[in-house]
Design a protein around this ligand. Structure first.
Ligand SMILES: [Zn+2]
Length: 286
Protein backbone atom coordinates (compact mmCIF):
# COMPACT_ATOMS: atom_id res chain seq x y z
CA UNK A 1 0.00 0.00 0.00
CA UNK A 2 2.83 2.37 0.95
CA UNK A 3 4.62 1.35 -2.22
CA UNK A 4 1.58 2.20 -4.28
CA UNK A 5 1.40 5.65 -2.70
CA UNK A 6 5.07 6.33 -3.42
CA UNK A 7 4.66 5.27 -7.01
CA UNK A 8 1.87 7.75 -7.49
CA UNK A 9 3.91 10.53 -5.92
CA UNK A 10 6.86 9.97 -8.16
CA UNK A 11 4.69 9.91 -11.27
CA UNK A 12 2.94 13.10 -10.19
CA UNK A 13 6.32 14.71 -9.66
CA UNK A 14 7.57 13.53 -13.05
CA UNK A 15 4.52 15.04 -14.70
CA UNK A 16 4.97 18.31 -12.82
CA UNK A 17 8.70 18.44 -13.64
CA UNK A 18 7.99 17.87 -17.33
CA UNK A 19 5.34 20.54 -17.41
CA UNK A 20 7.70 22.93 -15.69
CA UNK A 21 10.60 22.26 -18.02
CA UNK A 22 8.30 22.54 -21.00
CA UNK A 23 6.92 25.87 -19.89
CA UNK A 24 10.32 27.26 -18.89
CA UNK A 25 11.79 26.69 -22.34
CA UNK A 26 8.71 27.58 -24.30
CA UNK A 27 7.45 30.47 -22.20
CA UNK A 28 9.68 33.11 -23.77
CA UNK A 29 9.67 31.90 -27.35
CA UNK A 30 7.02 31.70 -30.01
CA UNK A 31 6.26 28.30 -31.44
CA UNK A 32 3.46 26.60 -33.32
CA UNK A 33 2.91 23.02 -34.39
CA UNK A 34 2.13 21.66 -37.86
CA UNK A 35 -1.41 22.65 -38.80
CA UNK A 36 -1.47 25.65 -36.49
CA UNK A 37 -1.35 29.35 -37.19
CA UNK A 38 -1.02 32.48 -35.13
CA UNK A 39 -2.00 36.11 -35.41
CA UNK A 40 0.88 38.27 -34.28
CA UNK A 41 2.23 41.79 -34.40
CA UNK A 42 5.97 42.18 -34.87
CA UNK A 43 7.25 44.85 -32.50
CA UNK A 44 10.57 45.88 -34.04
CA UNK A 45 11.16 46.55 -37.71
CA UNK A 46 13.10 44.01 -39.75
CA UNK A 47 16.43 45.89 -39.63
CA UNK A 48 16.08 46.20 -35.84
CA UNK A 49 16.07 42.45 -35.25
CA UNK A 50 18.63 41.45 -32.64
CA UNK A 51 21.44 39.07 -33.61
CA UNK A 52 22.96 37.08 -30.76
CA UNK A 53 26.06 34.94 -31.20
CA UNK A 54 25.16 31.46 -30.00
CA UNK A 55 26.43 27.92 -29.80
CA UNK A 56 24.03 25.11 -30.71
CA UNK A 57 24.70 21.42 -31.05
CA UNK A 58 22.09 19.10 -32.49
CA UNK A 59 22.01 15.60 -31.04
CA UNK A 60 20.52 13.26 -33.64
CA UNK A 61 19.89 10.48 -31.08
CA UNK A 62 17.98 12.74 -28.71
CA UNK A 63 16.48 14.60 -31.69
CA UNK A 64 17.09 17.94 -30.06
CA UNK A 65 19.76 20.53 -29.35
CA UNK A 66 21.68 19.24 -26.36
CA UNK A 67 23.70 22.45 -26.24
CA UNK A 68 22.20 25.85 -26.85
CA UNK A 69 23.95 28.74 -25.19
CA UNK A 70 24.50 32.42 -25.78
CA UNK A 71 28.20 33.05 -26.51
CA UNK A 72 29.78 34.58 -23.40
CA UNK A 73 31.50 37.12 -25.69
CA UNK A 74 28.11 38.85 -25.98
CA UNK A 75 28.78 39.88 -22.38
CA UNK A 76 32.52 40.51 -22.84
CA UNK A 77 33.43 37.29 -21.08
CA UNK A 78 35.70 34.43 -22.14
CA UNK A 79 33.50 31.73 -23.71
CA UNK A 80 34.00 28.05 -22.92
CA UNK A 81 32.07 26.95 -26.04
CA UNK A 82 34.28 29.08 -28.32
CA UNK A 83 37.19 27.13 -26.87
CA UNK A 84 35.37 23.79 -27.28
CA UNK A 85 34.46 24.74 -30.88
CA UNK A 86 38.15 24.60 -31.82
CA UNK A 87 37.85 20.83 -31.43
CA UNK A 88 34.21 20.34 -32.31
CA UNK A 89 33.03 22.11 -35.46
CA UNK A 90 29.35 21.61 -34.57
CA UNK A 91 29.77 24.10 -31.73
CA UNK A 92 30.96 26.88 -34.03
CA UNK A 93 29.47 30.20 -33.06
CA UNK A 94 26.55 31.36 -35.22
CA UNK A 95 24.16 34.27 -35.16
CA UNK A 96 20.61 33.61 -33.98
CA UNK A 97 18.06 36.28 -34.76
CA UNK A 98 15.41 37.52 -32.35
CA UNK A 99 12.32 39.54 -32.90
CA UNK A 100 9.79 40.40 -30.18
CA UNK A 101 6.19 39.73 -31.21
CA UNK A 102 2.89 40.29 -29.53
CA UNK A 103 0.87 37.13 -30.06
CA UNK A 104 -2.86 37.84 -30.19
CA UNK A 105 -4.22 34.37 -30.92
CA UNK A 106 -3.26 30.88 -31.93
CA UNK A 107 -5.51 28.78 -34.14
CA UNK A 108 -5.26 25.03 -33.78
CA UNK A 109 -5.96 22.35 -36.36
CA UNK A 110 -9.60 22.45 -35.24
CA UNK A 111 -9.80 26.05 -36.47
CA UNK A 112 -10.63 27.34 -33.00
CA UNK A 113 -8.76 30.52 -32.05
CA UNK A 114 -7.22 30.68 -28.58
CA UNK A 115 -6.35 33.96 -26.89
CA UNK A 116 -2.64 34.20 -26.12
CA UNK A 117 -2.14 37.95 -25.56
CA UNK A 118 1.52 37.63 -24.72
CA UNK A 119 4.82 39.17 -25.72
CA UNK A 120 7.12 36.42 -26.98
CA UNK A 121 10.31 36.21 -29.02
CA UNK A 122 10.72 34.73 -32.45
CA UNK A 123 13.96 32.75 -32.28
CA UNK A 124 15.37 32.20 -35.75
CA UNK A 125 18.54 30.76 -37.22
CA UNK A 126 19.53 32.37 -40.54
CA UNK A 127 17.81 29.55 -42.46
CA UNK A 128 14.51 29.94 -40.59
CA UNK A 129 11.24 29.88 -42.55
CA UNK A 130 9.62 32.64 -40.49
CA UNK A 131 12.71 34.81 -40.96
CA UNK A 132 12.50 34.31 -44.72
CA UNK A 133 8.80 35.23 -44.60
CA UNK A 134 9.45 38.44 -42.65
CA UNK A 135 12.24 39.33 -45.05
CA UNK A 136 9.90 38.81 -48.01
CA UNK A 137 7.26 41.12 -46.55
CA UNK A 138 9.83 43.77 -45.70
CA UNK A 139 11.33 43.89 -49.18
CA UNK A 140 7.95 43.62 -50.90
CA UNK A 141 7.68 47.37 -50.40
CA UNK A 142 9.65 49.10 -53.16
CA UNK A 143 10.26 52.36 -51.33
CA UNK A 144 13.03 51.66 -48.76
CA UNK A 145 11.71 54.42 -46.49
CA UNK A 146 8.26 52.83 -46.39
CA UNK A 147 9.48 49.35 -45.47
CA UNK A 148 7.89 48.48 -42.14
CA UNK A 149 6.63 45.14 -40.89
CA UNK A 150 5.33 46.50 -37.58
CA UNK A 151 2.33 48.34 -38.96
CA UNK A 152 -0.02 45.44 -39.54
CA UNK A 153 -0.83 42.09 -37.98
CA UNK A 154 0.78 39.04 -39.53
CA UNK A 155 -0.44 35.48 -39.85
CA UNK A 156 2.27 32.90 -39.26
CA UNK A 157 1.28 29.37 -40.22
CA UNK A 158 2.99 26.02 -40.28
CA UNK A 159 2.06 23.07 -42.46
CA UNK A 160 3.59 19.70 -43.06
CA UNK A 161 4.58 19.21 -46.70
CA UNK A 162 6.84 16.54 -48.15
CA UNK A 163 7.87 15.43 -44.67
CA UNK A 164 8.97 18.94 -43.78
CA UNK A 165 7.41 21.71 -41.72
CA UNK A 166 6.92 24.77 -43.87
CA UNK A 167 6.23 28.21 -42.45
CA UNK A 168 4.50 31.03 -44.20
CA UNK A 169 4.11 34.63 -43.16
CA UNK A 170 1.41 36.82 -44.63
CA UNK A 171 0.24 40.35 -43.86
CA UNK A 172 -3.34 40.83 -42.74
CA UNK A 173 -4.73 43.84 -44.52
CA UNK A 174 -7.48 44.80 -42.12
CA UNK A 175 -6.63 47.29 -39.36
CA UNK A 176 -4.30 45.75 -36.78
CA UNK A 177 -5.70 44.69 -33.44
CA UNK A 178 -4.83 47.10 -30.65
CA UNK A 179 -1.82 46.35 -28.49
CA UNK A 180 -2.06 46.69 -24.71
CA UNK A 181 -1.31 50.24 -23.52
CA UNK A 182 1.36 49.15 -21.09
CA UNK A 183 3.41 47.16 -23.57
CA UNK A 184 7.11 48.08 -23.72
CA UNK A 185 9.02 47.08 -26.81
CA UNK A 186 12.19 45.48 -25.43
CA UNK A 187 15.49 47.07 -26.43
CA UNK A 188 18.47 45.05 -27.71
CA UNK A 189 20.12 44.60 -24.31
CA UNK A 190 16.85 43.46 -22.70
CA UNK A 191 16.35 40.92 -25.48
CA UNK A 192 19.93 39.65 -25.11
CA UNK A 193 19.55 39.33 -21.33
CA UNK A 194 16.17 37.59 -21.66
CA UNK A 195 17.57 35.10 -24.16
CA UNK A 196 20.62 34.46 -21.97
CA UNK A 197 18.23 33.67 -19.12
CA UNK A 198 17.05 30.66 -21.13
CA UNK A 199 20.21 29.79 -23.09
CA UNK A 200 22.78 30.41 -20.40
CA UNK A 201 26.34 31.17 -21.40
CA UNK A 202 29.34 29.22 -20.13
CA UNK A 203 32.25 31.35 -19.04
CA UNK A 204 35.74 29.80 -19.02
CA UNK A 205 36.65 28.64 -15.53
CA UNK A 206 39.80 30.24 -14.17
CA UNK A 207 42.97 28.24 -14.56
CA UNK A 208 42.82 25.80 -11.69
CA UNK A 209 46.49 26.41 -10.82
CA UNK A 210 45.51 29.88 -9.64
CA UNK A 211 43.18 28.46 -7.03
CA UNK A 212 45.87 27.36 -4.57
CA UNK A 213 47.92 30.41 -3.60
CA UNK A 214 49.62 28.56 -0.69
CA UNK A 215 51.39 26.27 -3.17
CA UNK A 216 54.68 27.90 -4.24
CA UNK A 217 54.21 26.42 -7.73
CA UNK A 218 50.87 28.06 -8.12
CA UNK A 219 50.62 31.46 -9.74
CA UNK A 220 48.70 33.78 -7.45
CA UNK A 221 47.48 36.33 -9.91
CA UNK A 222 47.30 34.77 -13.35
CA UNK A 223 43.85 36.23 -13.76
CA UNK A 224 45.36 39.72 -13.45
CA UNK A 225 47.55 39.13 -16.48
CA UNK A 226 46.40 40.18 -19.93
CA UNK A 227 44.27 37.41 -21.46
CA UNK A 228 46.39 37.26 -24.64
CA UNK A 229 49.34 35.84 -22.66
CA UNK A 230 49.79 32.14 -22.14
CA UNK A 231 50.06 31.01 -18.53
CA UNK A 232 53.82 30.53 -19.03
CA UNK A 233 54.29 34.02 -20.42
CA UNK A 234 52.27 35.50 -17.59
CA UNK A 235 54.35 33.62 -15.02
CA UNK A 236 57.55 34.89 -16.59
CA UNK A 237 56.33 38.46 -16.17
CA UNK A 238 55.55 37.97 -12.50
CA UNK A 239 58.08 38.49 -9.68
CA UNK A 240 59.19 35.43 -7.69
CA UNK A 241 57.51 35.27 -4.27
CA UNK A 242 59.19 35.38 -0.82
CA UNK A 243 58.04 31.82 -0.28
CA UNK A 244 59.77 30.63 -3.46
CA UNK A 245 63.00 32.54 -2.73
CA UNK A 246 63.20 31.20 0.82
CA UNK A 247 62.59 27.63 -0.32
CA UNK A 248 65.22 27.92 -3.09
CA UNK A 249 67.78 29.40 -0.68
CA UNK A 250 67.16 26.62 1.85
CA UNK A 251 67.45 23.88 -0.78
CA UNK A 252 70.65 25.41 -2.25
CA UNK A 253 72.16 25.46 1.23
CA UNK A 254 71.36 21.84 1.99
CA UNK A 255 72.59 20.74 -1.48
CA UNK A 256 75.71 22.89 -1.02
CA UNK A 257 75.02 24.94 -4.15
CA UNK A 258 75.45 28.62 -4.94
CA UNK A 259 72.19 30.55 -4.73
CA UNK A 260 71.34 32.40 -7.95
CA UNK A 261 68.22 34.53 -7.62
CA UNK A 262 65.51 33.70 -10.20
CA UNK A 263 64.20 36.66 -12.19
CA UNK A 264 60.60 35.53 -12.57
CA UNK A 265 57.88 33.51 -10.89
CA UNK A 266 58.03 30.96 -13.69
CA UNK A 267 61.77 30.59 -13.47
CA UNK A 268 61.56 30.28 -9.66
CA UNK A 269 58.95 27.53 -10.02
CA UNK A 270 61.23 25.62 -12.40
CA UNK A 271 64.27 26.05 -10.16
CA UNK A 272 62.28 24.90 -7.17
CA UNK A 273 61.05 21.83 -9.01
CA UNK A 274 64.61 20.88 -10.09
CA UNK A 275 66.08 21.53 -6.67
CA UNK A 276 63.37 19.46 -4.99
CA UNK A 277 64.09 16.59 -7.39
CA UNK A 278 67.80 16.85 -6.69
CA UNK A 279 67.14 16.95 -2.97
CA UNK A 280 64.91 13.86 -3.10
CA UNK A 281 67.55 12.05 -5.16
CA UNK A 282 70.27 12.98 -2.66
CA UNK A 283 68.15 11.59 0.18
CA UNK A 284 67.74 8.31 -1.69
CA UNK A 285 71.50 8.01 -2.14
CA UNK A 286 72.20 8.27 1.60
ZN1 LIG B 1 31.39 31.58 -27.65
Amino acid sequence: MVMEQEKEDVLARLKAARMQSQSSTSSKFFWIKDGEKALVRVLRNHQDMVAIRSHRRYNADLRKYDIHAVCAKEFDQECQYCLDAQKEWKLKVKDMFYQPVYVHTKVGEDGQPREINQLLYLEMPDSDGILAGLEGLYYAEDDPKARDITKCDLVISRVKAGGKSIYSVTARHSAPLPLPNDITVPDASTITADVEGVHQMKVIEEDETSARPSDPFAPTSVQDAQPQFTVKEALDMKEPTELQLNAIQKLCKSLDKDFIAPISFGQAANMLRNLKEEFTASLAEE
